[in-house]
Design a protein around this ligand. Structure first.
Ligand code: PLP
Length: 446
């Protein structure tokens, strides 16, 4: 089949997630055909530096033959068996052990899913079942954050704080409340980041007081809010959140779907912020996107109740712990370990990226350049000193993104923030290219 036909076939038959289909069909789908290292190639042969690692997930970069070999071996040996009714497979069992070995020791148990969204549904049910089993079935409410993202199943969309998702059949689940996000640049006013971090955390305390701690099962947040715009919280925020959850006996859920597996220079994002969650959904970097797989990491505290009090959790997916996905994930984690990619982000390419990314702050359009490890955002501003943002009509984000794309760089735009999340194997030269092309985009928009 001619590859030049693919865009037309796609327009005729393929409905895309999170895409304006009318606009897309008019413009034509970009068909990506190949990947190598930090680069992808489209069907015209054009090469792009993938500054977004696919969808925040291709941590080890594209085209790693070791993963293909591990997958082939597993497929030849056992293409499928499940984890239901008392069985497992070597790869699923060993993967659970391997993941647990990279936590602080208290997240010792793993429940497998196929995606981050399923991981969200899983911990959401588990948190409620946990409190039921402890004789407190009225502890059901889950508090999440406005502008947070936890997936697009009904539970994911309801827990997430995206208004546009709620409007499209996405807030049906009862027992969910939202508080604000720790977005100092936009909402901090005259407060210092430290003061604002405390204020944002206090919103949780106020919400608990309003609803009653005896009605609340859990609080969920991404260590750094990703899809909402890479909102890096002030340092004062997470320790305070931990204190509030502990004092009110509320489970703390860290959504590690983006931050997990090295992106922030630690195995998990909560380790960067020095907090200890009770539950932590993961996906993406677990297999670097080579095959679909997700999981919920479960603390001893919760697992003890699930094992000894609940016994049979009526929950699971045909492909929970799929042996081939698990084999891909195991090999991916081996690569991350052997190539010391987490340490590389913490000590080497992460600091290099910080310096390069920060250099964009001298641009007239950029209010601030933020990042932790290889997760960064450029906040555009109409006026730097007052942190005045552009109005919607002046939103340059998608314009800058398109100029970058034309010049061979994939970045993401969310409103007036440009987002970056490159593969953890990105080189210094590639970081320089990212920054050079981003500057080109900013210049074109200015
Ligand atoms: N949680 C977070 C923080 C995410 O960023 C995402 C996806 O981007 C999800 C959950 C949902 O994961 P998935 O798309 O694999 O269902």
């Amino acid at each position: 089949m001619s590859i030049s036909n693919l865009a037309a076939i796609d327009a005729a038959h393929h409905i895309h997630p999170f895409s304006d289909m009318k606009a897309l069909n008019a413009k034509g789908t970009r068909i990506i055909t190949r990947g190598e290292g930090s680069h992808i190639f489209d069907s015209t042969g054009k090469k792009y530096l993938d500054g977004f690692a696919g969808l925040w997930c291709v941590n080890i970069g594209y085209g790693r033959p070791e993963i293909a070999d591990a997958v082939q071996r597993q497929m030849n040996e056992l293409a499928y068996y499940n984890a239901f009714f008392g069985t497992s497979t070597p790869s699923a069992t060993l993967l659970a052990e391997k993941i647990a070995s990279h936590t602080e020791g208290h997240l010792n148990h793993v429940f497998f899913t196929n995606s981050g969204s399923e991981a969200t549904d899983t911990w959401f049910r588990m948190a409620r079942v946990y409190w039921q089993a402890k004789g407190q079935p009225e502890k059901k409410i889950v508090i999440a954050r406005r502008n947070g993202y936890h997936g697009s199943t009904v539970a994911g969309a309801s827990l997430g704080g995206m208004k546009h998702m709620h409007q499209q059949a996405g807030s049906e689940i009862t027992g969910i409340a939202h508080i604000g996000q720790p977005y100092w640049y936009a909402e901090g006013g005259e407060l210092t980041p430290h003061e604002f971090g405390l204020k944002a955390a206090k919103e949780l305390e106020d919400k608990i007081a309003e609803l009653g701690a005896d009605k609340i099962a859990a609080f969920v947040a991404e260590p750094i809010q990703g899809a909402g715009g890479v909102i890096v919280p002030p340092d004062s925020y997470w320790p305070e959140i931990q204190r509030i959850c502990t004092e009110n006996d509320i489970l703390l859920v860290a959504d590690e779907v983006i931050c997990g597996f090295g992106r922030l220079g630690q195995w998990f994002g909560h380790q960067h912020f020095k907090v200890k969650p009770d539950l932590a959904p993961v996906a993406k970097g677990l297999s670097s996107g080579y095959l679909p797989i997700g999981a919920v990491l479960i603390s001893d505290r919760v697992a003890d109740v699930m094992i000894n009090e609940v016994g049979d959790f009526f929950h699971g997916f045909t492909y929970s712990g799929h042996p081939v996905s698990a084999a891909a994930a195991l090999e991916n984690l081996r690569i991350i370990e052997d190539e010391k990619l987490v340490e590389r982000v913490r000590d080497d390419i992460g600091p290099y990226f910080t310096k390069a990314w920060k250099s964009l702050e001298d641009h007239d359009l950029v209010g601030t350049a933020e990042n932790v490890g290889l997760m960064g955002a450029l906040q555009m501003a109409a006026e730097k000193k007052t942190r005045q943002r552009f109005t919607k009509a002046d939103d340059f984000g998608s314009y800058v993104r398109n100029v970058c794309l034309e010049n061979g760089l994939v970045l993401r735009a969310t409103g007036d923030r440009m987002l970056a999340s490159p593969p953890l194997v990105i080189t210094e030269e590639e970081v320089d290219f990212m920054v050079k092309v981003t500057r080109l985009g900013l210049d074109a928009a200015w």
